[in-house]
Design a binder for this molecule. Structure first.
Ligand code: XMP
Length: 397
């Protein structure tokens, strides 16, 4: 990981603007902006370089957070950014493309295909022959490492963008890490809502509505994520959200349960241990793993903050027992009748290549859980994801 102290945003911007002018020449360019720090910084940088020859589009995929399309539109078109932004509503196309798919990687591929179809149609309409993208270093490092197909990785995977989509690709942030992009955003005068914004993946809630996509599941993910973001922002985790999956479970091994109970200082009767049928992504060594989600119950009677080290030990033991395990979740509410389980995810990280679980007070997690149950009648139980990266990824898919 690079350290931002060595990074000089001013000289980066000066060189990048020059390079953008040289690469784009007198052509028109298009950029898809999500309101996140990478794409917005990239758009502001390119706008500085080529002005009105840049067309910025916000594609509403239907997988955005509550109120996000309107909020992002307002923020990006207002001073100081003043970006010429066009809002494109494409929810139906994305839902249709993902319909019936439950495998994480297939969902990502379908999302990507639709995303570039919509974008290239817009590029043709606007006479743009260059695509500018805010791809950053961890995006291609993880995609090439086989951990996941990041939606914006094309050239690095050998995709000929000119042939396939009709545009040349320019990626001015491709060597930067997240903290460096934030420094560039601040230097360009972006509002704090942009420069300090927590990351949100391109495929949005589609990777947080785990397994097959339904409107209902996406709605639960949207509402639960909103509750999590509202309550946890004061703790400033690097990233925090909710993921949703079907609450279908199978019991686990008795000996393992005894061992984990001892480790967590609980009696065997107090602990429940099971596997969900849903699967979630993780990292094993340098490779992507698509593995099992384990649920634990019995911890919630404890007070204070989440004991991250103790959970790390329990996760290691569970992974040793079954190398397919990529997630361990700990219940924060009682179970009731309902279709979906919700996992609260909150991590601390600088570079997003590795991440630690945020040490939040149990009382706050229980409060968030209670609110999710109140507002989402289809939810049976709420959990806290206690898995570091590795073995988990930050996102569930
Ligand atoms: P993972 O889940 O791989 O995530 O640990 C690391 C960071 O990357 C974000 N992420 C994405 N960002 N397109 C993006 O623009 C994607 O397809 C994507 N997938 C994951 C994730 O939110 C986290 O910050």
């Amino acid at each position: 990981m690079r350290v931002s102290a060595e990074f000089d945003a001013a000289s980066f911007v000066e060189k990048a603007v020059e390079e953008l002018r040289r690469r784009i020449g007198d052509r028109r360019a298009i950029i898809a902006v999500s309101g996140g720090v990478d794409s917005t910084t990239c758009a502001a940088l390119t706008y500085r370089a080529i002005g009105r020859d840049l067309v910025c589009v916000f594609i509403d995929t239907g997988f955005m957070r509550k109120g996000e399309p309107e909020e992002v539109y307002r923020r990006l078109t207002a001073p100081p950014l003043n970006l010429p932004l066009k809002l494109i509503r494409a929810k139906d196309r994305f839902f249709k493309a993902l319909k019936g798919l439950s495998d994480a990687e297939q969902k990502r591929m379908a999302f990507r295909k639709t995303f570039y179809e919509v974008l290239s149609e817009e590029a043709r309409k606007e006479g743009c022959t260059v695509l500018v993208q805010g791809t950053i270093a961890p995006d291609w490092i993880e995609t090439l490492g086989g951990i996941k197909t990041q939606h914006n990785i094309l050239e690095q995977l050998g995709v000929d963008t000119a042939k396939e989509y009709g545009f040349d690709l320019v990626e001015p942030l491709v060597d930067l890490y997240k903290d460096q992009v934030r420094a560039v955003a601040r230097y360009l005068g972006a509002p704090v809502e942009v420069s300090e914004r927590q990351p949100f993946p391109g495929p949005g809630l589609s990777v947080r509505a785990v397994g097959e996509i339904t409107e209902e599941k996406v709605e639960v993910a949207r509402e639960a994520s909103w509750i999590v973001e509202e309550r946890l922002k004061e703790f400033k985790p690097s990233q925090y959200f909710a993921a949703v999956f079907e609450d279908e479970r199978v019991d686990s091994d008795r000996h393992l349960k005894q061992e984990i109970a001892r480790m967590l200082k609980l009696s065997e009767d107090e602990l429940q241990l099971y596997c969900f049928k849903a699967r979630a992504t993780g990292v094993k060594g340098d490779a992507r793993a698509y593995g099992k989600i384990v649920g634990l119950e019995g911890w919630r009677r404890l007070e204070g903050g989440v004991d991250v080290d103790l959970f790390d030990m329990a996760v290691k033991r569970l992974v040793h027992w079954d190398p397919e395990v990529t997630r361990v979740l700990c219940a924060v509410t009682e179970r009731r009748h309902g279709k979906y389980a919700v996992a609260i995810r909150a991590v601390i990280t600088r570079d997003f290549m590795t991440a630690k679980v945020a040490r939040l007070p149990w009382e706050v997690l229980m409060e968030v859980g209670k609110k999710i149950l109140e507002r989402c009648p289809a939810v049976s139980q709420v959990f806290y994801d206690v898995t570091s990266k590795p073995p988990a990824t930050v996102e569930f898919e």
